[in-house]
Design a binder for this molecule. Structure first.
Ligand code: KG4
Ligand code: ZN
Length: 338
């Protein structure tokens, strides 16, 4: 089969998304229904509400996708779906939809790890070159991953506590900012100054990360200033927090490239939308002659296009599921190794 059209489904958190991707690299069409406005008033994603919303809109998203792409379900060659990790109730809706379509069309069903999807979002920009280091920064993950070939993942470091996006969202909440807080902290940091004496996150010889100390320092700062009746300079807290986070992530990533003698860096996950992180890595990679890929903004946060890109390479590696496929709230990416 020269041309492989993948129908991809992503429903691991609060986005119901479907996409048609050709040969793992060309986006034909994508539809994303985001529930952000539904969860905003709760200050975070409410799992039960998320899964109900997925049920309500999944067939509408499929109809809209096929109409926009001007394709029929029979034009599809493979079906890729996020089976995990994520919110179990949300994942189940996407997995059930994918299994139903696979049953009807008799086309191969490809289970895709959500983080593999984030990494392969870069393949929609430009073909991945190996070996590479992937910096995965999202609401649920913070890892440095080594890849020597397609769909082969080796973890070289990860977070010991909060994921970086989680730390952003929690700090935003303490500061009274809306959900999701990451983009807001990023924006406000440019309107403030790094003038608060916050501690740097763990900066040891490993490739692991720890953000909970920094997060607790912000909690204490806000609490103490409130008790003293002092005004909190929100923009300055954002600038100080973002600088600390970016500095340690950039430092460890650049060290990993050097130590593993790798000339390709890709960034993945929702926090890859962070302008401070993008700018710092872009500048340093240019200086060091490293090929740096980062997805455009709409491929950074959850979407099915990235799942369709990853599904193609999983399919080429012979990864397939049958109708017994189940959703997994937790699952390791690192079982996929060449
Ligand atoms: O990858 P993603 O859409 O969902 C997960 O798989 O976790 O990432 C969502 C996370 C949220 O924590 C959000 O606050 C964060 O990505 N995020 C950002 C930015 N845009 C999204 N964090 C920092 N700066 C941003 N510009
Ligand atoms: Zn994600």
């Amino acid at each position: 089969m020269d041309v492989v059209y993948c129908l991809a489904i992503e429903s691991s958190c609060d986005e119901t998304s479907m996409s048609i991707i050709k040969n793992g690299s060309v986006e034909i069409e994508t539809v994303v229904f985001t529930q952000i406005d539904i969860h905003k008033r709760f200050g975070g994603v409410v799992p039960e509400i998320a899964s109900r919303s997925h049920i309500e809109c999944i067939t509408i998203v499929l109809d809209e996708l096929l109409t926009k792409a001007n394709m029929k379900i029979d034009d599809i060659d493979i079906i890729g779906v996020t089976y995990g990790p994520g919110l179990i109730g949300s994942l189940l809706i996407g997995v059930q939809a994918a299994k139903t379509i696979a049953l009807i069309t008799k086309k191969p069903l490809i289970p895709v790890h959500h983080i593999a999807g984030h990494i392969y979002a870069n393949n929609l920009e430009s073909r991945l070159e190996f070996p590479l280091i992937a910096l995965v920064v999202s609401g649920g993950h913070t890892s440095l991953v080594y890849m020597d070939s397609d769909y082969s993942f080796e973890e070289i470091g990860s977070t010991l506590d909060d994921a970086v996006g989680e730390a952003y969202d929690k700090v935003a909440k303490i500061l009274g900012l809306d959900y999701p807080g990451g983009p807001l902290i990023d924006k406000l940091s440019y309107e403030g100054e790094d003038s608060y004496d916050l501690p740097y996150p763990m900066d040891d010889d490993s490739y692991n990360f720890s953000f909970s100390g920094l997060k607790s320092a912000v909690v204490n700062l806000v609490h103490n200033e409130k008790q003293r009746g002092n005004e909190i300079r929100v923009n300055d807290v954002c600038a100080s927090f973002q600088n600390r986070v970016v500095s340690v992530i950039v430092k460890k990533t650049m060290r990993a490239l050097k130590e593993y003698k790798v000339r390709n860096l890709v960034m993945a996950g929702g926090v890859a939308a962070n302008s401070g992180l993008r700018k710092s890595l872009e500048d340093l990679c240019e200086k060091e002659g490293i090929r740096f890929l980062v997805p455009r903004m709409r491929y950074c946060t959850d979407n099915a296009a990235m799942i369709g890109a990853a599904a193609y390479y999983a399919y080429k590696k012979g990864i397939k599921a049958d109708l017994e496929l189940n959703a997994l709230a937790v699952d390791s990416l690192f079982k996929y190794k060449s």
